[in-house]
Design a protein around this ligand. Sequence first.
Ligand code: KDG
Ligand code: MG
Length: 405
Amino acid sequence: MSSMIVAAEVILTSPSRNFVTLKVTTDDGVVGWGDATLNGRELAVASYLKDHLAPLLIGRDAQRVEDTWQYFYRGVYWRRGPVTMAAIGAVDLALWDIKGKLAGQPVYQLLGGAVRMRILAYTHASGWDTPELLDSVDEKLDRGFLAVRAQSGVPGLDTVYGVHHGEVSYEPAGRGKRPVEETWDTAAYLRHAPTMLAAVREHVGPEIALLHDAHHRLTPNQAARLGKALEPVDLFWLEDVTPAENQEVLRRVREQTTTPLAIGEVFNTIWDCKDLITGQYIDYIRTCVMHAGGISHARRIFDLAALYQVGAAPHGPSDVSPITLAASLHLGLATPNFAIQEFMGYEPIDDEVFRHDYTYKSGYLHPGDAPGLGVELDEKLAARYPYNPAYLPVARKRDGTMTDW
Ligand code: KDG
Ligand code: MG
C-alpha cells in the first residue's frame, strides 16, 4: 500500500516560545506532523526544509520512511550537523506519524510494541539559593516526580543558565535580536555545586533520583574533581561536564570517578557518539530524537548503546515541541535500554497549540494509543502566534573572554 506525498509545508509558531513544524499531507488525505525546532536557529531549519527538502518530498511514497531518510542523508553531499539533521528528523517524524495513522496503530506498536508499561521522567528544579532550590524540588516531588534535575545560582554571579533568578526565567530563550550576555566563573561554581547538591540529597532522602547539568563548562580535571566530590550525593547522572567536541577527555573523567556521566544533547548522528559509547566513557546517551535525524536514526544510536550498557535518555526540553517529546516516548516504550525521559513540560498555551495524547502521571510518561505519534497542531491557533526572535544567552568569563556553555 503506497500513499503519495502531495504537500509539505513549514509552519512557524510562537505560543510561549518558537516552534518549527513540518506538515506532510498524502494523496489519501493523511497528515503527518514533524518537529524541526532548533532553539535560536529556527529559521535556518525552516529554510532547509522549505527550500530543499519539501520540494523533493512531493510525489514520494510516504510509507518508505527508511528510504526517505537514506535519500536525504546519504544522498546529499553535505551531511550531518544540527540544521541538516533537525530537518531530516522532522521529515522522519512526519512519516512515522503517517505510517501509524495509515496502520491505525500508535508508533510504538510499529517499533515492536511496548517493553515497559511507562517511562520514568525527570523534570527541572532550580532556585537561586539553596532554600529556594529545595522549595522548587519539593514542588516537583508534590507533583509526583521521582527524578529531579537540580540547578542553583552561584554566589558572586548575577545569572546562571538553567536557574530562575527573581523575574528572570531561563526558559524560554530571551526575546530579542541579540543574545543576553552573562558572566560565568567556573571556580565559584565548583566551590558551590557539591555543597548545594549535598543539601538536596539530604533534603530528599536516598530514593529520589537527582541529576545535575554542568552545561559543557569544565575542563577534564575540573570534571573529574566535581565527579569525585559528588560521589557521596549518589547522582543519577552528571551531565555535559566538558565540551562535547573533545571526546577523548571523557575517558579520563570516566577513569577518575564513579559518578554516572551523561552527554549528547548536541550530537546529531551515531558518528558523533560512537566512540563515547563503544569506549564506555559515558553511562547515558542524550541525543534528542529529532535533532538526531528522527526515530529512524535515534533508534540505531540507542541500539548501539545497548551493546555497551549505555542507557538511552533523550534530550526533551521545552525548546523542542510536543511532537518530538511524543516521538521520544514511542521510541522509549519500545526500547529496552531506554532509561529516563527529560520532561520539562510546556506552558498551557503550548499544550493547546499542540494537542497531544501523551500523558504524565505520578512520575511517569506514556505516549498514548492514538494512531501515529498522537500530536496534532491546531493550525488556526498556531497562526495567532507568529515567530518572534529569541536567543539563548552567551557567557563570558570575568575578564570578558567568551566561554563554553
Ligand atoms: O536549547 C538548549 C536547551 O535545550 C538546553 O540548554 C537544555 O541543557 C539542557 C537540558 O538538559 O535540557
Ligand atoms: Mg543539558
